[in-house]
Design a protein around this ligand. Structure first.
Ligand code: GRF
Length: 226
């Protein structure tokens, strides 16, 4: 049975779109039962509505504490029947009440190679630092920001000429490939967490098989359909 997912967004929702597209193509065995945004103006709400997916705005400003906000999120996600939660550009930190309700069932994507450049501006900070490689990370969410066990990472070259925008765009293109892949693995029950390590069952290839000089590196390697 497809895994019922709630997706939490704050903005454009291009990662949400990439997951929707891979569900539609049959590569991800999941069903999005609810999209929640903390921002009523998030374009991702329109993307969801266009696909006939239920949406809800839960504006953090209306709550007097993070705990109350967390409870409202939890109520919405639980009422929708979600069995896992995907954070796709969701710009709020989830508190312990929420995180503990979905142990190893919440994924986040971060536009940098964690643990480097955690925080709100991962791609911008990496470009400003002048790194030669950056990328993106999908990880399980724990109670610390941008910290939980890593599911998949993709590395891209960064150039001295890169601005925050050019690097972020290159990274975003890979986000759209690794996030649906990670969700597919979660939905298929192929991820097992042991401390900080995430084990992928039936891994089909190893990074050593990547062609030399590839424009990007993804580990574990992407499978067919991603
Ligand atoms: C992505 O870069 C994501 O990594 C970051 O916020 C951006 C969201 O983009 N957390 P979108 O809303 O999915 O288009």
């Amino acid at each position: 049975m497809p895994l019922p997912l709630a997706v939490l967004i704050s903005g454009s929702g291009s990662n949400l779109q990439s997951i929707l597209d891979r569900i539609a193509s049959g590569a991800v065995d999941a069903r999005i039962v609810l999209v929640v945004s903390n921002d009523p103006g998030a374009y991702g709400l329109t993307r969801a509505a266009e696909r006939g997916i239920a949406t809800q705005v839960i504006a953090h400003g209306l709550f007097s504490s993070r705990d109350e906000y967390d409870q409202a999120l939890l109520d919405a996600v639980t009422a929708a029947g979600a069995r896992a939660v995907v954070l796709a550009g969701f710009m709020r930190i989830l508190g312990p009440r929420f995180v503990r309700s979905f142990p190893q069932r919440i994924l986040n994507i971060h536009p940098a190679l964690l643990p480097s450049f955690a925080g709100t501006h991962g791609a911008r900070d990496a470009a400003a630092y002048g790194v030669k490689l950056s990328g993106c990370t999908v990880h399980f969410v724990d109670e610390e920001m941008d910290h939980g066990p890593v599911v998949i990472q993709a590395a891209v070259a960064a150039e001295a000429s890169d601005t925050a925008e050019t690097l972020a765009a290159r990274i975003l293109a890979l986000e759209h490939r690794i996030y649906p892949q990670a969700v597919a693995w979660l939905a298929a029950g192929r991820l097992r967490v042991e401390g900080r390590k995430v084990h992928l069952a039936q891994a089909r290839a190893t990074l050593a098989e990547a062609p030399p000089g590839a424009a990007y590196l993804v580990n574990p390697p992407l499978e067919q359909g991603f």
